[in-house]
Design a protein around this ligand. Sequence first.
Ligand code: ACO
Length: 322
Amino acid sequence: VRSQIVGCGSYLPARKVDNAELAARMDTTDDWIVERSGIRQRFIAAEGELTSDLAFNAAERALAAAGIAGSAVDLIVLATATPDHTFPATATKVQRRIGMKHGFAFDLQAVCSGFVYALSVADNFIKSGQVQTALVIGAETFSRILDWNDRTTSVLFGDGAGAVVLRANRGKGSTQDRGILSTHLHSDGTHHDLLYVDGGPSSTQTVGHLRMEGREVFRHAVINLASVVGEALAANDLTAADIDWVVPHQANRRIIEGTAKKLGFPLDRMVVTVDRHANTSAASIPLALTEAVTDGRIKPGQLVLLEAMGGGFTWGSALVRM
Ligand code: ACO
């Protein structure tokens, strides 16, 4: 059994904030942000617009693309570091709104690697036979955990959501080889202080703000991403030349370029949205994947490699035959 991606969808809040607007509010410039990160704009959720709202909209679009009713979904795994509430899981709010009355729904927290983690978890439920149809969502409102007085972090992130519908492919007919071929997950708790939020229910009883040692995170990101992409290629007996598209987590254009160079992937086979979306954490990969599927770059049958790295540190990859 393989978990086949049968539909993708994404959602961005209406409000677009470009670098010039940030430069009017804080001591930064469009040039600095573009040169260091490749980011030109980001989308910011409206007051009262919650992670569950972004997630629901992305989920509805993914279900429509798959031609599957919400009531037919057996499992929702929602990756987020910015849930609506401490509990219950934001996934259960989405469950109610899509009209799913059976099965189960939960949140998963692996920050920017969340979508790859969630895909891997859902894939394993499908492979075990426990689930036929799963909705995997990455949804974030990072604007709510940014310290808007800290120019070194606040310019880098945005809000958004993306989702995919996975369905058990029992290997019949022309689509028999389509689906997730392998996933590879890693974490290492020793670098906590390089990227974390300085609040939380147990530690401070506050939500807190994102804190990051950008230069150190950058260094670890390129090393870990190259390693986990190499692992995926080796596990499937492939080389970089066999991969049609890489859909990387969108943290920074220079991290994407650095990883591409290290692995010998041409940049024109990397899907890049960071210029327009900024870093939307767990939402960035399904947002980029949806864009490239919708505009026809990624075609059925192609090999696509997803890769991400985030706080924890966490990192991982997923190789998918679309
Ligand atoms: N505008 C203008 N100047 C700024 C800004 C800003 N927004 N932010 C920092 N600066 C200044 C700094 O104060 C510093 O000034 P100084 O030299 O006078 O002290 C100077 O710019 C250089 O700062 P650095 O932090 O050394 O700049 P660097 O080239 O490392 O770029 C950046 C910073 C963009 C954060 C980079 O390190 C990076 O991208 N790191 C990866 C972080 C990341 O993407 N994390 C995402 C989460 S994890 C993940 O998803 C992988």
